[in-house]
Design a protein around this ligand. Structure first.
Ligand SMILES: C[S@@+](CC[C@H](N)C(=O)[O-])C[C@H]1O[C@@H](n2cnc3c(N)ncnc32)[C@H](O)[C@@H]1O
Length: 496
């Protein structure tokens, strides 16, 4: 079981996975693929990798087997209110306009159709590749915040994913603090009940707005071509697919949208070459795609946006294939090596092995990526050990201290988290996210004076940046957004 798969075996597996599931594994991700295949083999009950690979390449997989494989091969990283500028575009521009146009449509038809209250006005949104549910619940919250008399509306939020384990968590609606990293504090306090064990449960009113279904984007003919969705979110999903599948899926999603519907991908996936059928529309800090003729999409929004300080529509660069760390370091290494040590090992057959590939130098960014993946999967103590090891190797990486603080917070160890953040800003006094996180931690501890000191440091540092700059290691937060949060927070503190 501990035999390392050869490159030939891996490339055959990659081909099979690409054609059956559409998932793309470039060579940079092979080390991770190797490890995840070992874990999958174990779950399928194989005691050696040769048997597993032969089976995988020859047997047609049934649904249950595809689900198991998908759970091991996909990346489920997500969190609430991810890329907040997209949600601002939604609440400030897109939803108000959608509400107006649907209302107008109803008025125009009111002579012909008898009124029946709810059901006349409907909004349909699809979160494709919803992972553990943070995205569709954020969408539901955005609708709830924006639509007055929401009970008069027939709202559908369809949330689909290929990974049934992620969906089970989504359906439970229960999350740890990790899922709220970078989300505004009102979101947690207004829309979640605090359970014991630092768990947060989404309120029933929001939960019932979302319907979760297991669906692979490579087999979605049942939903596509329906032309009924007003908005489709498909963020941080297509980056894992082959080019052919990205074209095919985006085409299917295009046909699933109603006329003038919106298509939302993540900022790192924007590309006029990949999505030529859509029209890009620029919002403050975000670009969204629209299914409409170029002229109408632009003119429709220019009036609304004229009130804002907005940039002209930028030419969109093609999105790069997945930007992953350059080394084959794998977060699951820690877990799988412990587990493998306990196994009855198969005799080592050197003839089946190729020469090992040269392993490039590992960077602290690779470590950070890997540790975050581990933490995302809920292996917090393992992530912490790995982070401590990484800090021992990269003593001057402020990002590692920051990450350790996030994990410690999740483990309810606030004092240690504060110590780690102080180390981060000792190494890099201009580390904005470090000061910001310290301010937030002190607020949570009720130490407003300390919090104010760190928030003021953030405001000072932000004054040197442009308002739309995205802060490093902030997972997409802009200067303007952080400044607003702090100013509002400081005002609230002063009025107490
Ligand atoms: C990185 S998560 C993105 C979650 C969320 N959209 C966001 O941006 O926060 C990618 C998700 O895509 C899902 N996925 C990957 N391949 C898929 C497929 N063929 N069909 C449906 N979902 C898929 C994965 O299971 C994973 O949950």
């Amino acid at each position: 079981m501990n035999r390392k798969l050869t490159d030939i075996e891996l490339s055959m597996v990659c081909e099979a996975i690409a054609s059956r599931m559409g998932l793309h594994f470039p060579v940079e991700r092979w080390a991770m693929l190797r490890r995840n295949l070992v874990l999958a083999a174990r779950e399928f009950g194989f005691h050696n990798m040769t048997g597993f690979i032969q089976w995988l390449l020859s047997a047609p997989l049934n649904k249950e087997q595809t689900d198991i494989l998908a759970a091991h091969l996909t990346i489920s990283e997500t969190y609430f209110w991810r890329e907040p500028q997209v949600f601002t575009a939604l609440t400030d521009f897109i939803l108000p306009e959608l509400i107006r146009s649907k209302g107008k449509e109803i008025e125009e038809r009111s002579d012909e159709i008898p009124r029946s209250g709810k059901g006349e006005k409907s909004i349909r949104i699809w979160s494709a590749g919803c992972s553990t549910g943070e995205e569709p619940y954020s969408i539901a919250i955005a609708l709830h915040k924006t639509i007055q008399k929401i009970e008069d509306w027939n709202i559908t939020i369809l949330a689909t994913d290929i990974n049934p384990r992620a969906l089970n968590k989504a359906v439970s609606g229960i999350y740890g603090t990790w899922s709220f990293r970078n989300s505004p504090s009102w979101l947690k306090s207004s829309y979640f009940h605090h359970n014991e064990d630092r768990q947060y449960e989404i309120i029933p009113e929001i939960k019932q707005m979302v319907t979760f279904t297991c669906l692979s984007l490579v087999e979605m003919s049942a939903i596509s071509n329906a032309n009924t969705m007003d908005i489709i979110f498909c963020r941080n999903v297509l980056m894992y697919f082959t080019k052919e599948w990205v074209n095919k899926i985006s085409q299917d999603l295009f046909h699933s949208l109603s006329e003038d519907g919106w298509f939302v991908v993540s900022s790192s996936e924007l590309s006029s070459q990949v999505f030529p059928q859509f029209t890009p529309v620029n919002f403050p800090g975000a670009v969204l795609y629209r299914k409409s003729k170029k002229e109408s999409a632009h003119s429709l929004y220019s009036a609304a946006l004229a009130k804002e300080e907005i940039q002209p529509i930028q030419p969109i660069q093609p999105f790069q294939p997945l930007q992953l760390p350059s080394t084959p370091f794998n977060p699951l290494q820690l877990l799988s090596s412990v587990a493998l040590a306990k196994e009855d090992l198969q005799p080592f057959n050197s003839s089946t092995l190729q020469q090992p590939q040269a392993i490039p130098e590992e960077t602290s960014a690779d470590k950070i990526f890997a540790i975050r993946l581990l933490a995302n999967q809920g292996y917090l103590s393992e992530a912490l050990s790995l982070c401590n090891e990484a800090i021992a190797a990269y003593k001057l990486s402020s990002g590692l201290y920051f990450l350790r603080a996030s994990i410690l917070q999740e483990l309810d160890k606030s004092s240690e988290a504060i110590a780690s953040l102080k180390q981060a800003i000792y190494i890099d006094p201009d580390y904005i996210m470090g000061h910001f996180a310290l301010g937030n931690l002190f607020i949570r501890q009720g130490k407003a004076k300390n919090a104010k000191r760190y928030f003021n440091n953030v405001l000072d540092l932000l004054s040197r940046c442009k308002r739309d700059d995205i802060l490093p290691e902030s997972e997409g937060l802009s200067v303007n957004y952080i400044r607003d949060i702090i100013l509002t927070g400081l005002q609230t503190q002063e009025s107490k």
